[in-house]
Write a protein that binds this ligand. Structure first.
Ligand code: GDP
Ligand code: IMO
Ligand code: MG
Length: 428
């Protein structure tokens, strides 16, 4: 069964785009199963950088099917902008397939995301304001508009009328916002529908045919385990299921179709937005990580919060996702650090904890137990074999595998495709 899941283990931006693009060399199909345009996946090929938000990171290989699954909240404007950007760079987008069951992000979702954040004041989540939460809320409220509605002119007009009456009421009465124009949205979205119609299909049937034919499928997670609505640092999370369990519901495939799960792990930690972050370094170490790693958000441009790697959350991610391998990224960013730390346990009120605590008050107060490693202090970006990495780098990586109980599958030493060291021969 040649299906593999590649997902984030930390708080996002681990380098999933790079790893998916690398592994997609061998894939016939790449599938997004959750999230939406809140994702920002960067793929670098031959010195050209591609920033992907809704587009699966397999698009740079001609002939690869790129599926936006039913679990995605789909912003047609962003998708068309991405497709146009790709076409302008000479990329073939004919392999795009969009699920007719995916929910459509509407202008009021994005506006309400922003207004909702403002209303929360100090309790804000720090969302990307892409309308993700509000769109999933409408889905659960059973008033959402799906892609099959978007491409059906009459149905869309009807559903928009009903929805907009409710949303305008809320916008005006709750937030004192201007009501939105039915005619303008209708016209705008009819235009999107006309352009997107050829790409829409029943992706569930498509994926089942692919699986039956033994084709290689790669499921691309967006966001990450610690941003999962159930497993992350709730409420400072996104509104979907980035974990491997999300693939079944978000793409319509049975769990037994999945062969391997690869967790992408940044060699240190970052987080954008609010919420607890036990290993955060609010000091010159954190500043150095941000500077060396150019840690600024792809979607919002916000400076990312930075800190040491946290093996406690990686062990947790290993359990939840059933990780077979870790793909370590950005190891090269640590090249100039004399000393590197790894959090191997949490202490709370003097006691070692066995689990990642559910209570944010406890998580915010845990004291990380660190192991300290000597830095390798040399440029590793040109190394292509594991055995040629400095011994000090291997000690760090091997200790991480030991503490997390997850094997090393890939080590990435730069953003480009060739800056990838593969340790596992049965990855895909
Ligand atoms: P994603 O959201 O998980 O796909 O990650 P982002 O694309 O938001 O952020 C990861 C950044 O790291 C991107 O700019 C990548 O091009 C870059 N990147 C990925 N792997 C490596 C690596 O091993 N070394 C370096 N220096 N950059 C990397
Ligand atoms: P990729 O796929 C990092 C964060 C936001 C915020 C929280 C909720 O590039 O790793 P949302 O807009 O989803 O309601 O915001 O989740 N967040 C991300 N952080 N990488 C991402 O995606 C993220 N997508 C959402 O910053 O804290
Ligand atoms: Mg990102």
């Amino acid at each position: 069964m040649p299906a593999i899941v590649v997902l984030g283990t930390q708080w996002g931006d681990e380098g999933k785009g790079k790893i998916v693009d690398y592994l997609a060399q061998k894939a016939e199909t790449v599938v997004r199963y959750q999230g939406g345009s809140n994702a920002g996946h960067t793929v670098a090929v031959d010195g050209v950088e591609y920033k992907l938000r809704l587009m699966p990171s397999g698009i740079l290989y001609k002939g690869t099917l790129c599926v936006v699954g039913n679990g995605v909240v789909f912003n047609p404007k962003v998708m068309l902008e991405e497709m146009d950007g790709m076409i302008a760079k000479g990329v073939d987008v004919s392999g795009v397939r969009i699920s007719n069951r995916a929910h459509v992000v509407m202008p009021y979702h994005c506006i309400m995301d922003g207004l909702g954040e403002e209303a929360k004041g100090d309790g804000k989540i720090g969302t990307t304001k892409n309308g993700i939460g509000p769109c999933y809320m409408d889905k659960c409220d059973r008033i959402g508009i799906r892609v099959c509605d978007l491409i059906d002119k009459e149905e869309f007009a009807k559903k928009l009328k009903i929805n907009l009456a409710v949303k305008n009421d809320q916008l005006v009465k709750l937030y004192g916002h201007e009501p939105l124009s039915y005619e303008e949205i209708l016209k705008e979205y009819e235009g999107y529908a006309d352009r997107l119609r050829p790409y829409v299909c029943d992706t569930i049937a498509l994926l089942h045919d692919e699986i039956k034919a033994g084709r290689k499928i790669l499921f691309e997670g967006a966001q990450a385990t610690m941003l999962d609505i159930d497993y992350g640092t709730y409420p400072y999370v996104t509104a979907s299921h980035p974990v491997s369990g999300g693939v079944g519901v978000g793409a319509g495939v049975a769990p037994r179709s999945i062969d391997k799960v690869v967790g992408v792990v940044k060699a240190y930690s970052t987080r954008v937005g609010e919420g607890p972050f036990p290993t955060e370094q609010l000091n010159e170490i954190g500043d150095k990580i941000r500077d060396c790693g150019h840690e600024f958000g792809t979607v919002t441009g916000r400076p990312r919060r930075t800190g040491w790697i946290d093996a406690c959350i990686l062990r947790y991610a290993g359990m939840i996702n059933g990780l077979d391998y870790m793909a370590i990224t950005r190891l090269d960013i640590l090249d100039s650090f004399e000393e590197i730390k790894m959090c191997v346990g949490y202490k709370y009120k003097g006691e070692l904890l066995n689990e990642v605590p559910a209570s944010l008050n406890i998580l915010a107060e845990v004291e990380p137990v660190y192991e300290t490693f000597e830095g390798w202090m040399t440029d590793i970006s040109g190394i292509r074999e594991y055995g040629k990495l400095p011994e000090k780098a291997r000690i760090y990586l091997e200790r991480l595998a030991e503490v997390t109980g997850v094997a090393l599958g890939i080590v990435s030493v730069g953003p480009n495709r060739d800056q990838t060291i593969v340790l596992a021969d049965d990855l895909f």
